[in-house]
Ligand binder design. Structure first.
Ligand SMILES: [Zn+2]
Length: 227
């Protein structure tokens, strides 16, 4: 519980944003998990989430959430709460949404696809423990993090892992996991990101967990600077 209460967020910039802002000025939300103190809160990394998300320009995304003209996702929640775990919905920066969660071509897409050019680093969406870091035919190079409270996140199609990534290691919020890539059955460079809930210790492992729509969870209540 400590890490939930120690999570403090400050809204840095509230830029008016009628059209696409320059990348360098894309506003971020500041997530601060507080100083490490308990074993579930390792030192956090440099990443902070973008405040907005845009559907990729020129792409027809059949399963995207509703968006405004220009592709900006309506009511986008950069930071959410899943079973009391504070988690980000887009664990990379300045990326666009190339596929949403849910039905796509007659199958359920079990995560969201996020991409940018050039490919960028991918970060831990919350503190946790790495429980998978390996290659599979479908996901390619993929990492699975256990955040406790029955909450897990998967990062797939990576080009490579960070050298510090290994099964059993604790990882802080915002620490790099690896580089976006097109390993496995990806047809283009992107991050396939999943939020999963349940109990990993079942006969099917991560495939026995429930896949969840990242955009379906309540937003973490932001604390504004100066309050
Ligand atoms: Zn995907």
């Amino acid at each position: 519980m400590l890490r939930l209460f120690s999570a403090l967020m400050l809204l840095l910039v509230a830029a008016a944003c009628a059209s696409a802002p320059p990348r360098a000025a894309a506003p971020r939300v500041v997530v601060n998990y507080g100083p490490p103190g308990d074993p579930h809160n390792p030192v956090q990394g440099p990443y902070q989430p973008n405040q907005y998300l845009q559907v990729c320009n020129g792409m027809s995304v059949s399963n995207s959430p509703p968006f405004y003209p220009g592709g900006w996702v309506q009511d986008f929640k950069p930071v959410i709460v899943v079973n009391t775990v504070v988690l980000v919905t887009v664990p990379t920066n300045d990326a666009c949404l190339s596929s949403g969660f849910g039905f796509r071509g007659g199958r359920i897409h079990e995560g969201v696809d996020l991409t940018r050019r050039p490919a960028g680093p991918v970060y831990a969406a919350a503190p946790g423990r790495i429980i998978e870091a390996r290659h599979s035919d479908g996901y390619g190079w993929q990492v699975l993090i256990d955040h406790g409270k029955g909450v897990y996140t998967r990062y797939a199609h990576l080009a490579h892992f960070e050298p510090s990534v290994a099964v059993g290691r604790e990882i802080g919020f915002g620490q790099p996991v690896g580089q976006m890539g097109d390993s496995g059955n990806a047809t283009a460079v992107h991050l396939h990101y999943e939020i999963l809930t349940g109990n990993y210790h079942n006969p099917r492992g991560s495939k026995g967990l429930d896949v969840r729509d990242p955009f379906s969870f309540p937003a973490y209540e932001l604390t504004f600077a100066g309050s």
